[in-house]
Structure formats: C-alpha cells, structure tokens
Design a protein around this ligand. Structure first.
Ligand SMILES: [Zn+2]
Length: 244
C-alpha cells in the first residue's frame, strides 16, 4: 500500500512540475510524451532542479492563481462543491482556497487543498484547522477581487467544465460582495468578457450592459444564472447552477 501511495504522489508531483515548467497548455501532450518514454528522463530533471517532494519549482508560474484554482477544482478527483446553498460542506474547499490565494499561495505550487493534500503536508488536519481560523476580512475580499479581476474568463471557460466555472465565479462574487458594491472591480472586469460570450440578441447581454452602465448596480452571483441560460445552448451541457 505504501508503495502505491508514494508512486501516486510522485505522479501527481510530476504532473504539476510539467505543468509549471512547460506551461499548462502543453501539459497534456508533454505528459504523454514523458509517459511514452517512461518517467526516467523527467524524473532526473525533476530531482536535479527541484529536489524531492515539497520544494519550490524552478520557475514561478505565470498564470493567474484564480485561473489555476478553477482548473484544479474542475479536474480534481475530489468533488469541489460550488452550490452556494449547500449546508453539507458550505463550499469549504473554495472558502479555504480563497484564503490561501489571498495569502499569496498558488494552486500550481505546494498546494494542500486537493485530492492528495494529505500527502503534501503531514499535519493536514491541523493545517486545515488553522486555515479555518483565519478571518475573512474586507481586506481579504479586496485582495481576492484584485486577483480574480485580472483572470481571463475565456481561459477559465476552456480549462474548467461548464457550468461549474460560472459557479466558481459566483462564489467569488458572493464572498466579495461587501467590497464589490463600492469598488465594482469585478463588475467592470468581468461583464465586458461575459458580454463577449453571449449572443448579442440574448437578454443576458442587455441585463449585463445595464449593470455595467449603472454606477448604483454591481455584478452579483445571481446574474450568472442568466449567463448560464444564455450559454447553455452554445456549449455541451453539464450540471446546472441549481443542481447538486
Ligand atoms: Zn457542498
């Protein structure tokens, strides 16, 4: 059993390494090539540059941490619940992840919140308990908003399943609502991108434009349900925002 756990962890670490060093867009094909040849070459490179488990990767990731989080949440083996009204988990993986991102952590590097998190830190339960203790302040909201506002929604829509990724955006809007009302940062950053995605004659476009133009209004998670309806005929169907 021990051997299986270690090799699974190593495999996950290598996947992350390939993604960081060779870019996430090349990561699938790169990994296939490495798997074809066996992991030997990659293993040597991994250990020479990075050292065994848990060390920093040789280069800093360039992509936006929220984009990386959306990809992780959508592809992770753990089910990342984004149902705002869930009383079972309360979207805990997202709430904790937002705290991590605000603290400067990046989902591509030494990240604990995923299906093999227990293998990344030995004190997993203590780590999670400490994260829960961190207060979600207005400052935290502003920082998450700043990071998420520079994310490309097109990138997110390509990396994460539909409509889950809209649910992820909804969670950010929900957890930054207090500061968004004043700053309208996400409203101004995301609405033009959402408008680009929906059909020009769709009601969602009209409503989004209205919110963008009116200083008194701001983008809320509930508006994303309109966007979901507008997009669902244009992309393969997954779950809907109200399922779970
Ligand atoms: Zn849940």
């Amino acid at each position: 059993m021990r051997d299986i756990a270690i090799s699974n962890h190593l495999h996950q670490s290598l996947k992350r390494y390939v993604r960081i060093v060779y870019g996430h867009e090349n990561y699938g094909s790169m990994l296939n090539r490495c798997e074809d040849k066996g992991f030997d070459k990659l293993l040597r490179e991994y250990f020479s540059k990075r050292g065994p488990f848990g060390m920093r990767p040789p280069i800093a990731p360039k992509r936006n941490p929220f984009v990386a989080l959306c990809e992780l949440a959508s592809k992770d083996e753990q089910c990342w619940c984004w149902d705002l009204f869930c009383t079972t988990c309360g979207n805990q993986l997202f709430r904790l992840s937002f705290k991590e991102i605000v603290a400067g952590k990046h989902p591509d590097i030494d990240w604990v919140l995923h299906d093999y998190g227990r293998q990344v830190v030995s004190n997993y339960n203590e780590y999670i308990a400490n994260l829960w203790d961190i207060e979600w302040t207005n400052r935290s909201q502003r920082e998450l908003s700043r990071i998420a506002s520079t994310a490309s929604l097109e990138d997110i829509s390509k990396l994460a399943k539909f409509p889950d990724w809209l649910g992820y955006l909804g969670l950010v809007l929900y957890h930054t609502e207090k500061t968004e009302e004043r700053s309208r940062r996400l409203t101004k950053a995301w609405i033009p991108q959402l408008i680009e995605m929906v059909d020009p004659d769709n009601y969602a476009k009209k409503r989004l434009q209205e919110i963008l133009n009116d200083e008194e209004q701001f983008l809320r998670w509930s508006t994303l349900e309109l966007v979901e309806k507008a997009l669902e005929n244009r992309v393969p169907r997954g779950r809907t925002l109200t399922d779970e």
